[in-house]
Design a protein around this ligand. Structure first.
Ligand code: PA5
Length: 327
């Protein structure tokens, strides 16, 4: 046993602690021209979730960047938030330094590492999250940390408090674990394909990354409505090979409902993860929790260690050499 399932099961207490985090070195920024989040993997996905949420709250552009370089528009008047659990991810450090050179307002969420050193030295507003987790299991801390930072600097009202109720409620806890077991059994021996409506694209990505990293299994994400213009055709002809469609939806989404019915009509037997009745960030946190637990159970079924990601270490050493010391 890797102990990783217990770590996911402890997300409620992790979130409770994280909701008490402080923003260090905060300076009021106020009106911004836009917000860019920079990060990779289990840290980068937090930017995806929060950007998708803020797109509907703010009138300025908000996006997430998973690269060493930011779009040209990010500069003075923008808020650039670098998120890296380890604080040592080469692409995130590079994007942070680029935003600094361009005169953007900066913010950092990390547990330590070079990013925190740079932020402390330049008195950049920062949230230091608790250490000791794998980046992907630190989602409650990273999400609460980013919410605190952006609320304080840009005056948004991101609330992750409802997530705590979902993770705590005994009924939803038991349901989540049962669902995770069922999903793991369904995905075992196959290639999971997460079919998602646009708003849940980040959750699809997260679910895919979890099976990649924890279970060492390939995965795919297909997004509606674009799904209806190409992917849909590939499902014709009924079940073949290893594909295991998993439809993620929140509420009675008519397009996700159509995808589900159509897959069934074609003879597939998709798994469904329904996040009805939850607000956006609560839904993606709860959905990520189930996806994370199912990927760990899948790792156990496959007899692999969910903690190890040795190929990422190999890639990182190449990226470090290529990107050098960014600032
Ligand atoms: O979950 C993981 O371990 C990875 O996806 C990492 O998040 C990724 O390599 C980036 O590292 P960090 O989150 O420390 O910036």
């Amino acid at each position: 046993m890797s102990g990783l399932l217990e770590e996911y099961l402890g997300w409620d207490s992790q979130l409770e602690r994280a909701l008490r985090l402080d923003v260090l070195g905060a300076t009021w920024v106020g009106e911004v021209r836009g917000i860019a989040f920079a990060g990779m993997g289990g840290s980068g996905i937090i930017g995806d979730f929060v950007a998708r949420y803020l797109e509907r709250e703010l009138e300025v552009p908000v996006f997430s960047v998973k690269s060493h370089s930011l779009p040209r528009c990010v500069g003075r008047g923008w808020l650039a938030v670098a998120v890296s659990y380890s604080g040592n991810t080469p692409e995130t450090l590079s994007a942070f330094c680029e935003a600094r050179r361009r005169g953007a307002w900066l913010g950092v969420v990390a547990s330590g590492g070079r990013l925190v050193e740079l932020a402390e030295r330049a008195e950049v507003p920062r949230v230091l999250v608790e250490d000791g987790h794998l980046p992907r299991t630190a989602m409650p801390s990273l999400l609460a940390g980013v919410a605190k930072l952006v609320n304080e600097l840009a005056g948004s009202r991101i609330d992750v408090g409802r997530g705590l109720e979902a993770l705590r409620d005994p009924g939803s806890r038991e349901g989540a674990l049962e669902k995770a077991r069922g999903m793991a059994r369904y995905m075992h021996g196959g290639l999971p394909v997460f079919v998602v409506p646009e708003e849940l694209y980040p959750l699809g990505l997260r679910a895919k990354s979890e099976v990649n990293e924890n279970a060492k299994v390939a995965g795919k994400v297909e997004v509606l409505p674009e799904w209806g213009h190409n992917d849909i055709v590939a499902w014709e002809g009924g079940p073949r090979g290893v594909l295991r469609p998993v439809v993620l939806r929140r509420g009675p989404d008519p397009l996700a409902g159509f995808a589900l019915d159509y897959l069934r009509e074609l003879g597939h037997d998709p798994e469904v993860l329904d996040l009805s009745g939850r607000d956006y960030l609560e839904a993606v946190l709860y959905g990520s929790w189930i996806a994370g637990m199912s990927s760990v159970i899948l790792a156990e079924l496959r007899g692999v260690d969910p903690r190890l990601t040795k190929s990422i270490e190999r890639y990182r050493s190449v990226a470090r050499k290529l990107l050098g010391t960014p600032c």
